[in-house]
Write a protein that binds this ligand. Structure first.
Ligand code: BGC
Length: 538
């Protein structure tokens, strides 16, 4: 675990601890439960876990509403459990990053309670207060379906307070140096416990300035650079991953000159993978990659197909959004805010070919991929649950009671296990897929293993391989010592594409072991087929 650029090759896995495995039969997944499942994650081959928030919280936004930064939500376990988990993960060569929620706290946080009840408390200025709700009018509302304003009147304080998310999540005031220092201390506390970094939540919104949209402000960048420099000085090798749901040119500054974030999610590439697959046309994908700027060589994009939130459609045009809703969220219940609250497998109609194709793009495009728990077995969703809860149901380990997730009586589960004939645990579960060599789980494991054998996936250059067939996304990933050609037939029809000249080199198919000779001039692709070829000197 010595390489300080480890994150460039890593495969990440997002864990919703509450959903993963319940060790004490109380109906909630917990840290000791996750610890018991490390063998599973090791066998899958993932390098780094991203834990969704595990801090004490009233759970009005599933832990993104933090009531104390220095502890563990009791139903998830204790700090000792956490330490044990980190140690056990490291012993298996698995790293752990956590959410660092900088922008806001829960309204239950003692800072907010003290702030609202006493105008003279030093904590008053930890939050953003006003006598009027007319400031910062240019800041958009993010949780459009629930919030009418970014200001909420607080009876106790007799003032409005500012919040970019739920009203129960007041924004911290980063103009206050005490807040800036507090959050560095929070980072220190967890890094001292040995974690490998943070996914920094909702970072575009730290500062507010009149006359701006209050996103990506220079003051925000200046603070984040301070955070980075602190981490760099005291914890080299640990990473900061930026959650900024923005266009690539606006995310670019979050990498700075290699002195702000190590990694940043590439939000807009995600919906375009779905667009390209539905259209059978690489154009949307090609367009966004063309509009993705270079990043410093020490930095890396983070790519994903799905996560714990709605599939966000903020980074598409209005027309594209309407189209995406029409094709991927035909029922109103499937929509939330500016997005789609569904999981990967149901989005792709449980069609194994398209699920594999999407994963192949995830694993071969530039960036380090993040898998969302359960997507490796093709778990379904429950659109009858509210908010984003339908994509946060218990992990399906086997076809036993509660899908093997918990021994509690079902009415105690934090949320019901999926029940449907296509994606319920009788059909979709880990045990069954472990026993089936041809399962999605084993295929994903294979993709991860192949990716790890080929450093060009994480660190290589990217170039399109020219062909006139828009249904095929073909590109090269290359390092001087490792050259790969990846082909994706995005369409439901068979396609045939010319192979670029490759004199003196055979093409080795990483999945089948088939070898195409230097003279091979064409590649035939079945509907939705993907092929990873490695160039080998003959
Ligand atoms: C997280 C969400 C959360 C929000 C507010 C995000 O971007 O991914 O799940 O609701 O931040 O913390």
């Amino acid at each position: 675990m010595q390489d300080s650029y480890w994150y460039k090759d890593a495969v990440f896995y997002e864990v919703y601890v509450r959903a993963f495995f319940d060790s004490n039969a109380d109906g909630h997944g917990d840290l000791p439960g996750l610890l018991q499942k490390l063998d599973y994650l090791q066998a899958l081959g993932v390098d780094c876990l991203w834990l969704m928030p595990v801090y004490p919280s009233p759970l009005k936004d599933d832990g993104y509403d933090i009531a104390s930064y220095y502890g563990i939500q009791p139903v998830f376990g204790s700090l000792d459990d956490f330490k044990e988990l980190v140690e056990a993960a490291h012993a298996r060569g698995i790293r752990i990053i956590m959410d660092l929620v900088l922008n806001h706290t829960s309204d239950q946080h003692p800072w907010f309670q003290l702030a609202r009840s006493d105008p003279n408390s030093p904590y008053r200025d930890y939050y953003v207060w006003s006598d009027s709700d007319q400031h910062y009018k240019d800041a958009r509302i993010i949780f459009l379906d629930t919030e009418k304003s970014n200001w909420t009147w607080d009876e106790v304080a007799g003032q409005y307070y500012w919040h970019r998310f739920y009203a129960s999540q007041p924004d911290l005031n980063y103009d206050n140096p005490a807040v800036q220092a507090e959050m560095i201390n929070v980072a220190k506390f967890w890094l001292d416990l040995g974690i490998d970094g943070f996914r920094a939540d909702a970072i575009p919104y730290l500062f507010e300035r009149e006359g701006t949209n209050c996103e990506n402000l220079p003051e925000t960048h200046a603070y984040l650079k301070q955070l980075r420099s602190y981490v760099e000085r005291h914890y080299p090798g640990r990473i900061l991953l930026c959650e900024a749901n923005q266009w690539p040119q606006d995310v670019r500054p979050y990498f700075g000159e290699g002195d702000e974030f190590h990694m940043g999610f590439h939000f807009p590439v995600m919906p375009r993978i779905f667009m390209s697959i539905h259209m059978g046309d690489r154009t949307p994908l090609a367009w966004i990659l063309e509009h993705t700027p270079e990043i410093p060589s020490s930095c890396q994009w983070c790519t994903f197909l799905r996560n714990h939130d709605e599939l966000t459609l903020e980074m598409v045009t209005e027309e594209e959004r309407q189209w995406m809703w029409q094709v991927y969220a035909p029922e109103p219940r499937m929509r939330l805010n500016l997005g789609i609250r569904r999981r990967l497998a149901p989005l792709l109609d449980y069609d194994r070919r398209r699920i594999e194709l999407a994963n192949s793009l995830l694993f071969t495009l530039p960036g380090s991929p993040i898998l969302y728990y359960g997507d490796e077995i093709g778990m379904g969703d429950n659109i009858w649950l509210t908010d984003r809860n339908g994509v946060r149901t218990p992990m399906q380990w086997n076809d036993g009671p509660n899908a093997g997730f918990s021994q509690a009586t079902p009415n105690l589960l934090y949320t019901p296990v999926i029940e449907d004939p296509i994606s319920g645990p009788e059909v979709v579960n880990v045990a069954r897929q472990q026993a089936d060599a041809g399962s999605l789980l084993n295929l994903i494991r294979r993709m991860i293993a192949l990716r790890k054998q080929h450093p060009a996936f994480g660190r290589g250059s990217f170039a399109w391989l020219q062909n006139d067939c828009e249904a095929v996304a073909a590109f090269q990933r290359a390092l001087p010592e490792d050259s790969l050609w990846c082909f994706h037939n995005l369409s439901a029809e068979a396609q045939s594409v010319p192979l670029p000249e490759h004199p003196g080199q055979a093409l080795y198919d990483l999945f089948t072991g088939r070898v195409l000779p230097p003279s091979a001039g064409q590649l035939d692709l079945e509907p939705y087929q993907y092929v990873w070829l490695c160039l080998q000197q003959v």
